[in-house]
Write a protein that binds this ligand. Structure first.
Ligand SMILES: Nc1nc2c(ncn2[C@@H]2O[C@H](COP(=O)(O)OP(=O)(O)OP(=O)(O)O)[C@@H](O)[C@H]2O)c(=O)[nH]1
Ligand SMILES: *[C@@H]1O[C@H](CO)[C@@H](O)[C@H](O)[C@H]1NC(C)=O
Ligand SMILES: *[C@@H]1O[C@H](CO)[C@@H](O)[C@H](O)[C@H]1NC(C)=O
Ligand SMILES: *[C@@H]1O[C@H](CO)[C@@H](O)[C@H](O)[C@H]1NC(C)=O
Ligand SMILES: *[C@@H]1O[C@H](CO)[C@@H](O)[C@H](O)[C@H]1NC(C)=O
Ligand SMILES: *[C@@H]1O[C@H](CO)[C@@H](O)[C@H](O)[C@H]1NC(C)=O
Ligand SMILES: [Mg+2]
Length: 383
């Protein structure tokens, strides 16, 4: 009798201990779900209560960080902001990518900033090198000329591989295959307001493919012939372009010229099915063949943005107007009740920093003027 009960007691104790540990973790994270609301009162965040190890996430999503080993210091700043303002409640994993192997120092110094899962991946040479049809002498000469002409990053070779990778290749990395959505994070950025809900879920539920915070003009001397190539693509692939798209935002003359507007892709939340689509794949392959990633200095921001304008309807693109965000150069800062409620620390009236308060923010402001898609043409389920 006695010998029979003993193991049972042991198992019970073990079970109680394990559940107790989970319970402790649960309580710890739970306490972080309180926030000060607009009336200055402590309120409990009710949407997603807390994280426990092993909990399924509502969306298969991650942060993607392209970085060099020496970037760990400024990345700690970015991750700290992301965790404090958002991710300590949601624990979405981080995927770090690099064309070089990550050092132990980089891994330690970034991993220790979050409780979420982290993955470190190296980019294969085939995604960070010259396609065989690129004339590397011509590419070098054009870098020298652009450098002489004072084009920003005009003489920079690695910057071009970075832009090409971010334009059409990052989502092909093996580590990203398990994810449906991603949020791009860069070194040295700041999140300036609390984010009390899940932007991934917000997008998924509304069939939104692309989310942005800052819209801005491009330096046109980095993309002198990009629009010529886009026009060639439009002419040769009309079947890929829906009738009611967002073209107006990037071209006010029905496709004749590019006005330079683009979403500043250092902040970007996207449904990866957009990038993995036949439309986007053909678009990137076409542009890659045109050579402008190397003979000019095409950025991933105008490439993503023009694709969104061509292939997506207004309702499939979302301005996260409520997310306060700073990348060196500019910030987006919400106003009014959102500013108060989300405990923003930025100044929306600072015309030197806040994009919508400055003349360079015309692109952001004009997004609201883009006509709604007529209901009978809408692809998006709004809800
Ligand atoms: N692994 C790797 N990452 C890079 C390289 N160049 C840039 N990156 C990353 O690519 C992203 C964009 O590069 P940035 O240097 O931030 O370019 P930018 O945002 O246009 O310009 P600034 O932030 O103003 O310098 C960042 O996440 C960088 O860490 C590179 O050569 N190798
Ligand atoms: C703030 O929270 C209190 C409870 O702590 C609640 O009574 C009040 O309605 C909330 N105010 C707003 C604006 O949400
Ligand atoms: C990184 O962390 C590991 C494990 O904790 C440790 O052994 C190693 O010395 C650390 N390396 C650096 C460069 O910090
Ligand atoms: C190239 O651009 C990167 C930014 O992506 C910068 O950190 C680096 O110093 C530049 N290199 C040169 C040689 O200008
Ligand atoms: C815009 O351009 C398209 C294709 O070039 C053409 O079919 C359409 O009629 C034009 N619309 C207007 C308003 O000019
Ligand atoms: C910005 O300016 C407006 C108009 O002057 C003012 O009402 C508002 O309080 C200011 N916002 C902040 C956060 O300072
Ligand atoms: Mg940057």
């Amino acid at each position: 009798m006695f010998t029979l009960r003993r193991p049972l007691v042991r198992y019970l104790l073990l079970a109680v201990t394990i559940f107790g540990l989970f319970g402790l973790l649960h309580v710890n994270y739970d306490s972080a779900t309180e926030y000060i609301n607009a009336s200055g009162r402590l309120q409990t965040f009710k949407r997603r209560v807390s994280y426990r190890p092993g909990d399924p996430k509502p969306v298969k999503a991650c942060f993607v960080i392209l970085a060099r080993n020496q970037d760990w210091r400024s990345l700690r700043e970015s991750i700290k902001h992301m965790e404090d303002r958002f991710n300590h409640r949601f624990n979405y994993p981080y995927v770090f990518l690099n064309d070089q192997p990550f050092t132990d120092e980089f891994k330690n110094m970034t991993q220790s900033m979050t409780l979420a899962d982290v993955h470190f991946g190296q980019i294969g040479a085939e995604h960070w090198s010259y396609p065989d049809y690129i004339d590397q002498n011509k590419a070098r000469e054009s870098r020298e000329k652009m450098h002489k002409d004072g084009v920003m990053y005009g003489g920079n070779e690695s910057y071009r591989h970075m832009c090409r990778f971010e334009s059409g290749l990052f989502f092909k990395h093996e580590l990203l295959q398990q994810f449906d959505f991603y949020w791009r994070l860069e070194p040295g950025v700041q999140y300036l307001c609390d984010i009390n809900y899940d932007p991934f879920l917000y997008m998924k539920q509304r069939n939104i493919k692309y989310g942005w915070a800052i819209g801005i003009y491009e330096l046109m001397n980095t993309v002198p012939t990009l629009w010529d190539s886009v026009k060639k693509f439009m002419a040769t692939h009309p079947q890929l372009i829906p009738e009611h798209n967002s073209l107006w935002w990037v071209s006010r003359d029905n496709g004749t010229t590019y006005n330079g507007c683009h979403f500043w892709s250092n902040f970007e939340i996207a449904d990866l099915t957009f990038y993995r689509s036949e439309q986007y794949t053909k678009f990137f392959e076409f542009l890659d063949r045109e050579g402008g990633f190397f003979y000019e200095r095409w950025g991933d921001a105008p490439v993503h943005s023009i694709a969104a304008a061509l292939f997506l309807q207004k309702e499939e693109v979302h301005w996260f107007n409520d997310i306060g965000y700073y990348h060196p150069g500019w910030q987006h800062c919400p106003t009014g009740d959102v500013w108060k409620q989300n405990r923003c620390t930025c100044d929306p009236n600072d015309t030197d920093k806040t994009i919508t308060a400055a003349s360079w923010g015309k692109c952001s402001r004009e997004w609201a003027m883009l006509p709604d898609t007529p209901p009978e043409y809408r692809k998006a389920r709004l809800g």
